[in-house]
Design a protein around this ligand. Structure first.
Ligand SMILES: Cc1cc2nc3c(=O)[nH]c(=O)nc-3n(C[C@H](O)[C@H](O)[C@H](O)COP(=O)(O)OP(=O)(O)OC[C@H]3O[C@@H](n4cnc5c(N)ncnc54)[C@H](O)[C@@H]3O)c2cc1C
Length: 415
């Protein structure tokens, strides 16, 4: 039985903790937030591998996981369907997954208000420092502390998130607020709206109390809009009191003026069904889109080979692939297998690096390819010509087994 500390108690950290605990290890999750993360987040696309990772970690995976959709549709600005595609998928929510993973992890393996500030190599292990001065010893540290990982900043300070040149406006709207027309023509589908150089998409998710009942669900939207680094992005990240939140703006801090301008653009640019959803969403929020690539997930130089980066701390792929959580689950499964084979040793983490680094890079590259047409060059022109609506619909957030990691732009082999 090895002593394994996990920095970060979001979905990646919880998946790793559940898997390692079931393999007999002494696991402790250290989450910086003093409060439970429940109640946060929006929609998540599921993939087969995510269901497998959840199940292997002891989370209950059944029909209550999310909303099953049967098809996709692209709406024209006048609200009529431009094209459609039968592609069944289950769409869940961040909160639902958090509930499942927390329920599977006994309370004494999970600490809130425990911010990791640093890690040092010790003979046959690591010493992990927490804010407040406490020090903990372990055989391994797994850094699942997200895109702005403190652990990665210490060990690989050169690795920084790269802004992609556009943001995502996000939100969820209650089903029962919507007109019959929107409920009939958009709500049941994974839907797209494609104004020039922008991309709106969304899908139904569970409602309050994880209800999947018709009338109680919600529609989750993600609207990608260009915003040049500098003045344009700063304006979006500045709250109504004039404070700039460069590291990310919390939902309640987004300026009402920016929300009003976004809603106005929705009325002008999007199908009326999307505009209605945006109009009736109580708290839209926004997220700048980044890429992040780590050159190593573990190496002898990283605290003697006893630290592994996992999930968003390792690689961040733009959300077009819909794989942030599945990728973290794949990392957690691979890491657990490597530790089972080699023990909690640097050799296990090196093997994990060999397996997951190419896989993570392939996901980032595919996501970059999917989003490249939304980026603009210095002259304000799109970096890639516009894609056809059909292509965007068939390439976005599909299951990983349908794409070729060697060829990010390959079309899925589906009818
Ligand atoms: C509250 C929340 C809501 C989210 N909602 C969505 C969503 O709706 N849709 C979506 O696609 N993705 C969402 N994400 C991102 C999604 O969880 C990740 O893309 C994916 O699951 C991989 O997650 P991760 O666990 O590697 O990193 P993250 O989910 O980013 O989690 C990192 C965790 O580490 C903690 N942490 C950071 N620094 C430290 C430190 N020094 N010490 C200890 N803990 C630390 C953070 O508080 C956080 O809980 C959300 C993330 C969070 C944290």
């Amino acid at each position: 039985m090895a002593r394994i500390l996990i920095a970060g108690g979001s979905l990646g950290g919880l998946m790793a903790a559940n898997l390692l605990l079931r393999d007999g290890h002494a696991v402790q999750v250290l989450e910086r937030s003093p409060r439970s993360l429940q109640g946060r987040g929006a929609g998540i696309v599921t993939h087969d591998s995510l269901r497998q990772a959840l199940g292997a970690g002891g989370a209950q995976v059944d029909h209550t996981l999310g909303v099953a959709v049967a098809s996709r549709v692209v709406l024209q600005p006048d609200g009529r369907a431009l094209c459609g595609w039968a592609y069944p998928q289950v769409l869940t929510s961040w909160g639902r997954l958090y509930t499942l993973l927390r329920a599977a992890l006994p309370q004494d393996h999970h600490r809130l208000g425990a911010a990791v500030t640093g890690v040092e190599h010790q003979a046959d292990g690591v010493q992990v420092s927490l804010a407040g001065g406490e020090r903990l010893e372990a055989d391994l540290l797994i850094a699942a502390d997200g895109i702005r990982s403190t652990v990665r900043a210490q060990l690989l300070p050169q690795v920084q998130p790269e802004y992609a040149g556009y943001v995502a406006w996000r939100g969820v709207c209650d089903e029962d607020l919507l007109s019959r027309h929107t409920r009939d023509t958009l709500f049941p589908h994974f839907g797209f709206g494609l104004p020039a150089g922008e991309q709106m998409l969304g899908y139904p998710v569970a409602g309050a109390g994880d209800s999947l009942a018709v009338g109680e669900r919600r529609w989750n939207f993600v609207w990608y809009r260009p915003a040049a680094a500098g003045a344009d992005l700063d304006a979006l990240l500045t709250d109504a009191d004039g404070v700039l939140h460069r590291g990310g703006i919390a939902p309640q801090q987004v300026s009402w003026r920016q929300i009003a301008a976004m809603r106005d653009a929705a009325r002008r640019l999007l199908a009326p069904q999307f505009a209605e959803i945006v109009e009736k969403t109580a708290l839209p929020f926004l997220q700048p889109i980044y890429d992040l690539v780590s050159p190593q997930l573990a190496s002898p130089e990283m605290a003697g080979g006893r630290v592994a980066l996992l999930g968003d701390a390792a690689f961040v792929a733009r959300p077009h692939v819909g794989m942030g959580v599945s990728k973290a689950g794949d990392d957690a499964v691979a890491l657990t297998q490597c530790i089972a084979e080699h023990g909690a040793t640097p050799a296990a983490l090196l093997q994990y690096d060999r397996i997951r680094r190419p896989a993570g890079l392939a996901v980032v590259q595919r996501a970059r390819w999917l989003g490249a047409y939304l980026q603009t060059n210095a002259q304000g022109a799109a970096a890639l010509p516009l894609r056809s609506a059909d292509e965007v619909m068939r390439q976005t957030a599909i299951d990983a087994r349908h794409f070729d990691p060697e060829s990010p732009g390959s079309l899925p082999s589906l009818s």
